[in-house]
Design a protein around this ligand. Structure first.
Ligand code: FES
Length: 128
């Protein structure tokens, strides 16, 4: 039986988080590549477009990206959400991702044709 506790990994994961630049990003884009909202090939093409688009736009230090398996809306995908604004988007295929990058991430304007809604998170945080 492994006697290590979950906290044994804490320094390692903290160092990894720092190396990834967590804490320094202005935006976080989560993109669903799950197959309940869009076919896998469309989701993965969108993910590739998001990765390369952020890199090519020189936004890699400003915008964190995460591929997720489901954002629980499961219709008209790929679904994406951009924080801290809390803008949820539908139809984020490769073309949609290009629009999101050029209009939202670079132009700081919402892609109105693809918005589901604006649902920012509460600003309360746990005590340390
Ligand atoms: S599978 Fe994409 S939101 Fe659920």
């Amino acid at each position: 039986m492994d006697s290590s506790s979950p906290n044994d990994a804490q320094p390692e994961v903290e160092a990894f988080a720092r190396s990834m630049g967590l804490g320094g990003f202005g935006k976080h884009v989560l993109l669903c590549t799950g197959t309940e909202c869009a076919p896998s090939q469309i989701g993965m093409s969108a993910w590739d477009a998001l990765k390369s688009g952020i890199k090519n736009a020189n936004l890699a230090k400003e915008c964190f990206r995460t591929k997720v398996g489901c954002l629980r809306l499961c219709k008209n995908g790929p679904i994406a959400v951009v924080y801290p604004e809390g803008i949820w988007y539908h139809s984020m295929d490769e073309k949609g991702i290009h629009e999101l990058i050029s209009e939202h991430l670079i132009g700081n304007k919402i892609v109105k044709s693809k918005v589901i809604g604006r649902y920012p998170l509460s600003t309360s945080s746990p005590n340390s």
